[in-house]
Write a protein that binds this ligand. Structure first.
Ligand code: 6PG
Ligand code: NI
Length: 187
C-alpha cells in the first residue's frame, strides 16, 4: 500500500501526512504590482492552494518531497493570479514541475534578475535548475494545477523576492500574456 494517493485527473493528493495550505488575497500583500487594487478586492478570495507530502524531516539531505499546487483564475488589475515565488534556501537545488490541468506560465529568474517563462499546458514538464527563482501564473479561465518534486534539503527563500521582485511581471496586455520588465534589461 503506498502511503499517499495522487488523483490523476485533478492532481490532488490524499493520504496520511499530506498537508494543505491556502493563500488568500489577504496574505499576499505587496506581491502584485498594483497593491492598491489588491487591497480593494475581496480579501477572502482564494488565490492558490498547495499540498505537500514531506516523508522526511525538512532540511534532511537526500530525501524528496512531492506537492500539488492549484492556482485559481483571475487578475489583480492586469497581472494574473500567481504564487509568491522563491529561490530555494539551499540555492543550488533543482525542482520538477509538471502541469496537470489548465493554462499558465512558469516564470523563471536567474540571480542577475534575467527573467523568462515556460508555457504550462497539461502534460508539460519543467525542469527548474538550481539557483533559479520560480513563480507560476494562471493565464487561463479555469484552475491551473501542477505537481512538483523537490529535494528535502531545498527549503524556501521568500525574502529575496519580497525585496527585489522578479525582473518582469506577467500581465494581460490586450488579451495576450506578456512579460513586462520591471527593471532595465532584465527580461
Ligand atoms: C516548492 C515548490 C512549490 C511551491 C508552491 C507555492 O519549492 O515547495 O516550488 O511547492 O512552494 O507552488 O509557491 P510559493 O512557495 O512560491 O508560494
Ligand atoms: Ni521551489
Amino acid at each position: 500500500m503506498p502511503s499517499i494517493q495522487l488523483e490523476i485527473n485533478t492532481g490532488k493528493l490524499s493520504g496520511e501526512g499530506v498537508i494543505t495550505a491556502q493563500k488568500k488575497l489577504s496574505q499576499l500583500e505587496n506581491v502584485f504590482e498594483d497593491e492598491a487594487t489588491r487591497a480593494s478586492m475581496d480579501q477572502e478570495q482564494l488565490i492558490y492552494e498547495v499540498q505537500a507530502f514531506m516523508p522526511v524531516e525538512e532540511g534532511k539531505e537526500g530525501g524528496l518531497y512531492f506537492g500539488n499546487s492549484t492556482i485559481f483564475p483571475g487578475k489583480v488589475n492586469e497581472e494574473y493570479f500567481m504564487t509568491r515565488g522563491h529561490f530555494h534556501a539551499k540555492l543550488d537545488t533543482a525542482e520538477y514541475y509538471w502541469c496537470i490541468q489548465g493554462k499558465g506560465a512558469l516564470i523563471l529568474m536567474d540571480e542577475n534578475g534575467k527573467t523568462w517563462l515556460e508555457e504550462m499546458t497539461p502534460g508539460s514538464v519543467h525542469y527548474i535548475p538550481g539557483k533559479i527563482a520560480h513563480r507560476v501564473a494562471n493565464t487561463g479561465e479555469e484552475k491551473l494545477v501542477f505537481n512538483a518534486c523537490w529535494p528535502s534539503e531545498a527549503g524556501h527563500d521568500y525574502g529575496t523576492i519580497e525585496k527585489e521582485g522578479f525582473g518582469a511581471r506577467l500581465k494581460d496586455i490586450e488579451g495576450t500574456p506578456t512579460l513586462v520588465a520591471t527593471k532595465n534589461e532584465m527580461v
